[in-house]
Write a protein that binds this ligand. Structure first.
Ligand code: NDP
Length: 504
């Protein structure tokens, strides 16, 4: 098998890394080396930022109307559809995500993300004229929304293609140019998409620099030519990025970790909760920031719900992510798998009860992958590390509560605030309960209810700013007020000029 070399994509062309160095990319399901990716350097970042800056000044891009940008974005959809098989395959072998999720959810969300942003910018008020105000003198004022400039997009490895598109589309819709740094673990689909989409764009609008976070990520977040950073990843790195960005006061959007609490009320339908709560925590084998990882269960239904959860979890298929029947694929790499097992062990040491799972599974044909059985831990409490920290694996921690006040207190006692949810028979009461939960998204009787026109982001240490929808577009825009004076005769500007130009 020929191992492909993945270079950078700068100014409309593939570019070898200045260092001449490459590193191995592995298939998480098998451990096989599937590509060699460029080890980018600060100099490679400089090249890409310079290309993106030139593209900002290219009249073809700079002067393109929102309507034309909308039409251009819509053309992305055809490209994705025509190459869907290849993109889905590359995404599975590099990220370990299951083919059924990538084909049924990710690709559709990508297309929808483009469609809704292309629609939005056809009517979004990029220019607004304010009504005239007579004092201190009559002026015309326009408030215009403009691109920020060159944006650094840093998506994570868990949903590489979807996260990349969700950042790229609003950035371009707003008229920016971008430099993307994919995770070194999953660079394939970002590079491939860049090559496929670039012919629709002027050179330099979309650039990709491969490499590791501490080198390429650092260089981008410290670069004075970058105006905005959009990052998805850990809270630890998010804080570092904010510190780096502060040196030149860049705009920053951070989509970070989560520890989603789902409250199950006494009147909830146990069968629906068992299926929904496991969907909430097991999608992408739990490697999703918005997962519902803490299930808060009313004491009256606690034991029957645990039995139901174990029964449903036992039916799930762990296996090769390329097999359409597979529900649970591998962890992104072995070290991460060990970390997840470590959290399970620590919870058991701190008094949790193992309801099911809790171990590594060897999958025939995928012996090199690190698979973990869906794990349910009961008798958990908020002081356990596995309950406080993001595990990012197929692990559900279950906590018993007595009344609503206690449930709210447990749910909100977290450094994170990305997602929360309520499983209930009373959706009206749930509306009030939803208002008490400290989270950017609250889902009632379902999970992962992501819509591309709905703002997504976190309270507290789950992030800053919002992606998707109008908020997502506006996070890539600057605001400028252009004021024109009607009165040109200095002698008649008594209320303003008169303050300085006193008559003798
Ligand atoms: P990181 O936060 O390290 O990685 C996320 C992205 O940030 C990657 O593209 C990474 O690049 C990049 N990065 C790393 N260091 C820097 C830096 N100094 N400057 C700029 N970019 C940088 O997460 P990990 O991969 O270490 O995962 C650790 C934990 O983070 C997970 O267990 C999970 O809890 C959480 N996480 C949350 C995600 C979310 O969706 N919010 C996504 C991923 C992880 P590279 O991979 O090339 O180093």
């Amino acid at each position: 098998m020929v191992i492909p070399k993945l270079d950078h994509f700068i100014d409309g062309a593939l570019v070898a890394p200045g260092s001449g160095k490459y590193m191995a990319v592995e298939n998480p399901a098998t451990g096989e080396v599937i590509a060699q990716v460029a080890c980018g350097t600060e100099q490679d970042v400089d090249l890409a930022v310079a290309a993106a800056q030139r593209a900002l000044d290219n009249p073809v891009w700079r002067d393109m109307t929102p309507r034309d940008r909308s039409a251009l974005l819509n053309r992305f959809i055809g490209v994705i559809q025509q190459n869907a098989h290849e993109l889905a395959y590359l995404e599975v072998i590099s990220s370990g995500g299951t083919i059924s999720r990538i084909a049924n959810i990710d690709l559709l969300l990508m297309v929808e993300s483009i469609m809704s942003m292309a629609d939005l910018i056809k009517t979004y008020p990029f220019t607004q004229s304010l009504p005239a105000k007579p004092l201190p003198e009559l002026t015309d004022v326009k408030v215009v929304k403009e691109p920020i400039g060159v944006c650094a997009l840093i998506p994570a490895w868990n949903l590489p293609m979807l996260l990349f598109i969700n950042k790229l589309v609003p950035a371009l819709a707003a008229g920016n140019t971008v430099v993307v740094k994919p995770s070194e673990l999953t660079p394939q689909t970002t590079l491939r998409l860049a090559q496929l989409l670039a012919p629709l764009l002027p050179p330099g609008v979309l650039n990709v620099v491969n490499g590791i976070g501490p080198v390429v990520g650092e260089a981008l977040t410290l670069h004075r030519g970058i105006g905005k950073i959009s990052f998805t990843g850990s809270t630890l790195v998010g804080k570092r990025i904010q510190t780096n960005a502060a040196a030149s006061l860049k705009h920053v959007t951070l989509e970070l970790g989560g520890k989603g609490a789902a409250i199950v009320t006494a009147d909830a339908d146990l069968n629906a909760v068992a299926q929904g709560a496991l969907f909430g925590v097991l999608l992408n084998s739990g490697q999703a920031c918005e997962s519902g990882t803490r299930l808060l269960v009313h004491e009256s239904i606690h034991e029957p719900l645990l039995a139901k959860l174990a029964e449903v979890a036992g039916r799930l298929q762990i296996g090769d992510p390329l097999d359409p029947r597979t529900s649970i694929g591998p962890m992104c790499h072995a070290a991460h798998g060990e970390k997840v097992l470590g959290y399970i062990r620590s919870a058991l040491e701190q008094g949790a009860r193992l309801v099911c799972g809790g171990e590594r599974i060897i999958v025939p044909g995928c012996e090199g992958g690190f698979f973990i059985a869906p794990t349910i831990l009961a008798d958990c409490h908020n002081q356990m590390n596995a309950v406080r920290e993001e595990i990012f694996g197929p692990v559900l921690t279950v906590i018993k509560y007595r009344d609503e006040a206690e449930a709210i207190a447990i749910a909100n006692d977290s450094d994170y605030g990305l997602s929360a949810g309520i499983w209930t028979g009373d959706v009206l009461a749930a509306q009030l309960l939803a208002r008490r939960l400290q989270a950017g998204s609250v889902w009632i009787n379902d999970w992962h209810m992501l819509r591309t026109d709905v703002p997504f982001g976190g309270y507290k240490q789950s992030g800053q700013g919002r992606e998707m929808g109008i908020a997502g577009l506006e996070s890539f825009l600057e605001t400028k007020a252009i004021s024109t004076a009607f009165q040109r005769d200095p002698a008649k500007k008594t209320m303003t000029y008169g303050v300085v130009h006193k008559s003798a």
